[in-house]
Design a protein around this ligand. Structure first.
Ligand code: C2E
Ligand code: MG
Ligand code: MG
Length: 766
């Protein structure tokens, strides 16, 4: 135990003084030479004086000591208070571990960190360790033990809070040792860093996102100096962070946007604190590219702008694929022309414009004639090549403001946005047809292809896109069925006609059952001597409401709805029976001619049906002539050759009807087992004056002669036509000049058909 030196010095001083006093004061009294009584009295006084003096001294010492003690206590209390307040202010807790007693003092603040009172927390190391998170227990205790040998200590671990959750605690402390160097106490403070940890975590995550994101990030300060960029920024723009930091973002400007653009951007930032949109910027390489960008304003605590953050993604690839998709959606891949979708959009747009600007336009639908043959005979590759070339040809020399589109199959559409009227539209159609006149040389083939064109004018014909296209379609239908001109205009009547067609189709189904069909006969004459050689059977429909309907009107419908087979079979049978009757009555006709539909014709069972009818009626086969149109043959020349050969084998005669309109090739014609060519009446009409018609007629007659075929001219109405044809050496003729199609006179009919003939005679229109 240490003896306080000050106390020792004081005690020794006192001892010396008191000793000296006792020794010297008695000598002094003796030296004074006083009486014994006086000496005794002074002796008492001297003792009393000594007691008083030492008492005063004792008092002074004690008083001073008490004062010092008090002020030390006050100072200590003040320090404690300060420490407590400081700890409270930082919300830290104090811990103090007395190593020898193994007790730990936890301050109120410490207990509060865990939602407890110091009593509830306990005062042993074990109480504390029991609150450690299981995952942290080993590490925390190990660190604590290790620190006992070191001097300063710092540790982070989780402790269980009263509410059951865990709090992150940051503990720092120091080990104090006694003079012998033995650990005496371990003291320190602890802080709850749970929130800080959460913030750190999210900052770490944000930093990872910042680095790893595919979006470029650029941060500027309030003066728009770039202060931060991420790796994606460098990847997209080509600028490294060293190159760009401290620069102004105008470095990235492409020059594509005008002042207004930036003005509205800044306005949005000012008003809403954010802006997003598409911006074209420039990379370091100079390339201009589109990016989608969001800019946000960051404010400091005082509400002043501190930073701008821009996040952007490069949308070059997106734009490209958008463009490609858009192109694909609006173009035909084969011809690269606009497709139906784009075409209708353009028509809609043109129609709108025409209403506002009082412009006039036209839509032309172009359909290739007999394209199917090319596909079937030469294959789809050649067909595709032809469609491509046709597209190129049609596009050649088109006026400005035209859109040529491929609408599908062999159909093209042309929109002329500035077409003053019908004359200009007709000129346009003629130009298109002329463009196709020269043969196409494809894959070693020389191909000719014609087209039909339907024209609809707007805004006069229609005020909606659908109507324009529908009109052009009916005009196309008209062009197709009207033969040689190649183009036709839409007129309202066409629409009515289409409607009637639908009605006719449904009533045609019952025409045969209701005995509404009639067979008319038109005489066929030998042009040399004028004698009648035969009759052509021509079907009529005696419609209960509409009267007599010519075949041109209902045969196509019957072909469409499949009734043609029954109708043709019925006509064939009627005609054969009639011919037998004429024979029986001693008539001198060589044959009866019956028309055969291309549909039935291509179905291939025709020979069996003809054989059956011949057998049933007993008509000699050479007295039956079957007329097959040239176009029907050309639709499928190989099948035609097969069928005509088998018909020929039955012994019947064969004629090619409407010759000159079906584009037959001479090579094929030569091989067909036919007897006769029937020159189409469209060529006879202009005779004898029209030089073109005369030339064609001459050519067909010469052709017939050279192939060993007879030639019959249809539609002879004038004696002059008959004379002209006779002179050219045409063998036969047919037409109003010789006689119109007529029902069989009543007296020659048997009773079952007599009434029919009467009915039909009364409403004859031919
Ligand atoms: P087609 O076989 O070429 O018949 C000749 C057409 O010309 C007939 O018209 C006839 O009335 C008409 N014609 C005859 N001479 C003259 C004339 O001098 N001037 C004028 N302008 N026309 C004349 P139709 O009877 O209206 O028949 C039209 C077409 O309908 C026929 O043309 C034929 O292809 C088809 N057709 C007629 N009956 C049948 C049939 O039973 N079955 C099939 N599949 N088609 C038939
Ligand atoms: Mg005919
Ligand atoms: Mg004909």
């Amino acid at each position: 135990m240490r003896i306080d030196t000050a106390a020792l010095r004081l005690t020794l001083g006192y001892l010396l003084l008191a000793g000296l006093w006792i020794l010297l004061s008695d000598h002094l009294l003796t030296a004074l030479g006083l009486s014994l009584v006086q000496q005794e009295r002074l002796q008492s006084l001297k003792g009393l004086f000594f007691v008083v003096l030492t008492s005063a001294l004792l008092y002074l010492i004690l008083h001073r000591h008490a004062q010092q003690y008090r002020s030390a206590r006050l100072q200590l209390a003040g320090n404690e208070e300060r420490l407590r307040l400081a700890l409270d202010a930082t919300r830290d807790g104090l811990w103090d571990w007395d190593v020898s007693s193994r007790r730990v003092f936890f301050s109120e603040g410490y207990a509060k960190l865990l939602g407890l009172t110091p009593q509830a927390l306990g005062d042993t190391r074990e109480d504390w360790a029991a609150r450690l998170h299981p995952d942290d227990q080993e590490r925390a205790l190990h660190a604590l033990n290790a620190e006992l040998s070191e001097q300063s200590y710092e540790n982070i671990y989780r402790l269980r809070h009263a509410d059951g959750s865990y709090r992150w605690i940051h503990s720092r402390g120091r080990l104090l040792r006694d003079e012998q160097g033995q650990p005496q106490r371990f003291i320190g403070i602890a802080s709850d860093i749970t929130r800080q940890r959460a913030i750190d975590d999210s900052l770490r995550q944000a930093a990872a996102v910042f680095d790893a994101t595919q979006e470029g990030v650029l941060v500027t300060d309030a003066e728009q100096r770039i202060v931060h960029v991420n790796p994606a920024f460098s990847r997209i723009t080509g600028y490294s962070s060293e190159e760009i930091l401290g620069q102004h973002p105008t470095l990235l400007k492409s020059g594509r946007h005008d002042a207004n653009f930036y003005q509205s951007l800044w306005q949005a930032l000012e008003n809403r604190g954010a802006w997003s949109g598409e911006v074209w910027n420039r990379r370091k390489s100079g390339e201009i590219y589109p990016q989608w960008q969001c800019i946000r304003v960051i404010h400091d605590e005082q509400g002043r702008v501190s930073h701008y953050v821009a996040v952007f993604s490069d949308i070059t690839a997106l734009k490209r694929s958008q463009r490609e998709l858009d192109y694909l959606a609006h173009h035909d891949p084969l011809s690269n022309l606009p497709n139906r979708l784009l075409f209708t959009e353009r028509v809609a747009h043109a129609l709108e414009r025409s209403k506002i600007e009082e412009l006039r336009g036209a839509v032309l639908l172009i359909d290739l004639d007999h394209f199917k043959h090319i596909n079937e005979s030469l294959g789809h590759n050649v067909g595709d090549l032809l469609l491509k070339s046709v597209g190129e040809r049609l596009q050649h020399g088109l006026p400005n403001g035209s859109t040529l589109a491929r609408l599908g199959g062999d159909e093209f559409g042309l929109l002329s946005e500035n077409c003053a009227g019908a004359t200009q539209a007709a000129e346009l159609a003629q130009r298109l047809l002329r463009n196709l006149e020269t043969p196409f040389r494809l894959d070693g083939h020389e191909l000719y292809i014609g087209a039909s064109i339907g024209i609809s004018l707007f805004p006069e014909d229609a005020d909606s896109v659908e109507q324009i296209l529908r009109n052009a379609d009916s005009a196309l239908f008209k062009a197709k069925s009207s033969g040689r001109e190649g183009y036709a205009f839409y007129v309202q009547e066409l629409t009515d006609y289409a409607r009637q067609r639908v009605e006719l189709a449904s009533s045609l189904r019952h025409a045969l059952d209701n005995q509404e069909l009639r067979v008319y006969y038109q005489p066929l004459h030998d042009l040399r001597d004028g004698s009648q050689v035969g009759m052509e059977a021509l079907v009529r429909w005696q419609h209960p409401q509409r009267g007599l309907i010519p075949p041109a009107e209902f045969i196509p419908i019957a072909e469409d709805n499949g009734m043609i087979g029954v109708i043709d079979a019925w006509v064939l049978e009627q005609a054969c029976r009639q011919m037998v009757r004429w024979n029986d009555k001693g008539g001198r006709l060589n044959f009866v001619a019956v028309n055969v539909s291309s549909r039935l014709f291509s179905r291939g069972e025709l020979d069996q049906r003809v054989a059956a009818v011949l057998a049933e009626t007993g008509l000699p086969p050479e007295q039956l002539e079957l007329e097959v149109t040239e176009s029907a043959i050309m639709e499928d020349p190989d099948a035609a050759l097969k069928l005509l050969t088998s018909l020929r084998a039955l012994g019947v005669r064969l004629a090619i009807d409407d010759f000159g309109t079906g584009y037959s090739s001479l090579a094929r014609l030569k091989r067909l087992p036919v007897d006769k060519l029937k020159l189409d009446q469209s060529f006879v009409r202009g005779l004898p004056d029209d030089p073109e018609d005369a030339a064609i007629t001459r050519a067909v007659i010469a052709l017939g002669k050279s192939l060993g075929l007879k030639v019959l001219a249809e539609g002879i109405e004038q004696p002059a036509q008959a004379d002209f044809l006779r002179e050219l050496g045409c063998n036969y003729g047919q037409g109003y000049h010789f006689g119109r199609p007529q029902p069989v006179p009543a007296e020659t009919l048997d009773t079952t058909t007599a009434n029919e003939a009467k009915n039909s005679q009364s409403s004859t229109r031919s």
